[in-house]
Structures are given as structure tokens and as C-alpha cells.
Design a protein around this ligand. Structure first.
Ligand SMILES: Nc1ncnc2c1ncn2[C@@H]1O[C@H](COP(=O)(O)OP(=O)(O)OP(=O)(O)O)[C@@H](O)[C@H]1O
Ligand SMILES: [Mg+2]
Length: 350
């Protein structure tokens, strides 16, 4: 008799400022935290999602695994940014098998890269606007980007079993923790260099987009205006005081960067409305490091005139207080939205 081994892979969100580790056990919105950890990366190691120093990323992954005594080899990872193209397209209705065969040729007209340079995947969304058509979410990711990230985890001794996309991980995190509400919900994950946007209608992804804006904008602004080192600018951003920078001036720089990021968000929402003909976004969940910037959610909410909430990816996750320090998890929870979304993926689950 055979028992199929149920694997709970670890999830690694390899960001440019932090690598996050999450492992969850369970199913169907009933999960328990098994592993949790984060390790910082120096700013020059991954730049705008491009791996500049693979050796140091591999070392950091190994250190993170050792620190948390991870024995699991199977890992789920993700990619994001300009190497990822996600588009809702209308195709002739066919079976999943037929679609798997033809999607590559369908994709050719929608992506700005050579079709031989990308891996193409799809997800059926339902019947299309006209009869005999189906709406499909087309996902194309550059092969060299996938290879870079796969090689990182392989070199760290891991076995990559699922490759996901940040924006989809975000939707899975949301589904795990929040009840689907009527209307249009935008999930924003604002990290250091990339903002992932996933807009859901009745719980389904209808628009996703990655834009190159994030927490680095604050750090760069502070470094430029006050001549600070990267390290000091990071401290100032977190509300610590350093010599040579006046509080009011800091606050002015921080606010002006926030206004820029908010304006970019508004532009993306307008683009969403004009391309999908949908109604206005009715509420927003923010995650990623920028969600921790004091005034961020309130300014975003004021400008958009809709409720904005910081997402808690562990809201529905059981956490054993004997194994984990609740305060540490609470503090860094918004940074772990993608990692939690990845941690509920299983090999062959879609
Ligand atoms: N407490 C805090 N206050 C303000 N900013 C913070 C705080 N903690 C982290 N950040 C900022 O958030 C960003 C890191 O967030 P996150 O971990 O989501 O990004 P990342 O995944 O590493 O980056 P990316 O996905 O863009 O490569 C950095 O710019 C960091 O300075
Ligand atoms: Mg990130």
C-alpha cells in the first residue's frame, strides 16, 4: 500500500531588502504556522529585482534555513516586476488541454518579448463576453528571471516545487484571511522597489500590474536631501533620529514621496478603470514595507477617498505562543503578505 506523502513546502519570498521564510500546515483556511523568519539583504545584492550577487543571496538563504532549523527541501518561490506580464485575454473556448497547447501562440500577440524567451501559463476566468469565447488570465514570465531565482534556491540545497507570481500570492493571502466582499478590492504590496497591484472583483483577480515604485524612493530622497548614508536613511524612515537631519524637514521629504507613490497608485487605478470598464475601487489593503510608514495609509485613504487597511497575513493563521514571539510576528506581518500567500501553494495544486 502506498501512502502519498503530504508535503508542506517552505515559502521563500526573496525580496531586495528582506528574504522572508514562512511554512504553513493545514488546508482550507485552517492553517498553523510552522516556520517564520526574515533575513535582511544589503542594498547592492538584488537591485530592482535583478540578482547582482547570487553568492550572497544563497548564503543568506542558507543562514535563514539554519537559524530556523528548516529540514524541508521543497520550496515555493515567486517573481515579480517587469519580467512578468499578466493580461486578461479573450480566446476561443476550448478544453484546458487544448488551451495548454495553443496558449503559447495566443500569447505571442500580447507580450513584448520573444515567445521563446518566456514561460507561459494561464488560468481560466469563465465565459467571455461573446459566445464561444472564454476569458483567460495569461501569465508570461521571462525564462532568464525564472532561472535566476530557481538557481538561487537550488544552490542553497532546496528543491523548487512551485513558481508563483507576487500578485497572485497576494490574492491567496487575502483569500486565506479575509471574507470576500461585494465590490472591487485592490491589494497593494509595496516593497522596496516594486509595487504589486492585484484588483479583485467578487474575489476574482481582474487586473494585476507591477510598477517600479517603493520604499527605496524614501531612502533615496533622504540620502539626497540630507547627505545621509543608506543605513542612516533607513533608520530615519523607521522613525529613528540621526544627526544632521531636522524632524520637520524629514517629515516634508517623507510626505512628498508618499504623495508621489499615491499619485502613481491613482494612475494605475484610472488605467484599470479605463481598460476594464469596471467601477471604482471600493477599498484597499496595503502590505509590504511601505505599509509601515506612519502616515502612508491615512494619506492614501484621504486621496482615494476610500477605506485603506493594512493587511494582516496572519489574521487567520494559528500561531503557537510557545513556539513564536507574537510581538515580532505582529511587527513584521505586513512584510510577509507574499510569503504567506506562497506558503499555501502545494505542488500540482492548480
Ligand atoms: N518599519 C518600517 N518603516 C518604514 N519602512 C520600512 C519599515 N520596515 C521596512 N521598511 C521598508 O520597506 C521596504 C521593504 O519592504 P518589503 O520587505 O516588502 O520589500 P522587499 O520585498 O524586500 O522588496 P522588493 O519586493 O521591492 O524587492 C524597504 O524599503 C524598507 O526600508
Ligand atoms: Mg517584495
Amino acid at each position: 500500500m502506498f501512502f502519498s506523502k503530504k508535503i508542506e513546502p517552505i515559502a521563500l519570498d526573496i525580496g531586495s531588502t528582506f528574504i522572508k521564510l514562512v511554512q504553513l500546515k493545514g488546508s482550507n483556511r485552517n492553517y498553523q504556522l510552522m516556520k517564520f523568519g526574515m533575513i535582511p539583504l544589503p542594498p547592492e545584492v538584488i537591485v530592482e529585482g535583478a540578482v547582482m550577487d547570487a553568492g550572497r543571496v544563497v548564503d543568506a538563504i542558507k543562514e535563514l534555513l539554519a537559524a530556523h532549523k528548516v529540514a524541508t527541501k521543497e520550496v515555493v518561490i515567486s517573481v515579480s516586476g517587469s519580467s512578468v506580464i499578466i493580461k486578461r485575454v479573450s480566446v476561443a473556448d476550448m478544453t484546458d488541454e487544448e488551451l495548454a497547447e495553443s496558449i503559447k501562440w495566443e500569447a505571442e500577440q500580447y507580450i513584448p518579448f520573444s515567445i521563446d524567451d518566456v514561460n507561459v501559463d494561464f488560468q481560466k476566468l469563465g465565459a467571455g463576453a461573446t459566445e464561444g469565447q472564454a476569458d483567460v488570465l495569461l501569465v508570461a514570465v521571462k525564462k532568464d528571471k525564472i532561472n535566476d531565482y530557481v538557481n538561487l534556491v537550488k544552490e542553497a540545497g532546496l528543491d523548487p516545487v512551485v513558481m508563483d507570481v507576487d500578485a497572485f500570492a497576494l490574492a491567496n493571502m487575502y483569500e486565506l484571511n479575509y471574507d470576500i466582499e461585494a465590490g472591487t478590492t485592490a491589494l497593494l504590496n509595496i516593497g522596496a522597489s516594486v509595487m504589486n497591484i492585484n484588483i479583485l472583483k467578487d474575489g476574482m483577480s481582474i487586473f494585476t500590474r507591477d510598477i517600479t515604485v517603493g520604499g527605496n524612493r524614501y531612502t533615496e530622497g533622504l540620502q539626497r536631501d540630507f547627505g545621509l548614508t543608506n543605513e542612516d536613511a533607513e533608520k530615519v524612515k523607521r522613525g529613528e533620529s540621526v544627526e544632521g537631519a531636522d524632524k520637520d524637514q524629514i517629515s516634508a521629504v517623507m510626505s512628498s514621496v508618499t504623495e508621489d507613490i499615491v499619485a502613481e497608485t491613482q494612475r494605475s487605478f484610472e488605467f484599470f478603470r479605463s481598460t476594464t470598464g469596471s467601477e471604482q475601487v471600493s477599498r484597499v489593503f496595503v502590505s509590504g514595507g511601505c505599509a509601515l510608514i506612519g502616515h502612508f495609509t491615512s494619506i492614501l485613504s484621504e486621496r482615494l477617498e476610500i477605506p485603506v487597511e493594512v493587511a494582516n497575513p496572519f489574521k487567520n493563521v494559528k500561531i503557537d505562543p510557545k513556539k513564536f514571539d507574537a510581538a515580532i510576528i505582529e511587527e513584521s506581518a505586513p512584510l510577509c503578505a507574499v510569503a504567506v500567500g506562497l506558503a499555501i501553494r502545494r505542488p500540482g495544486d492548480r
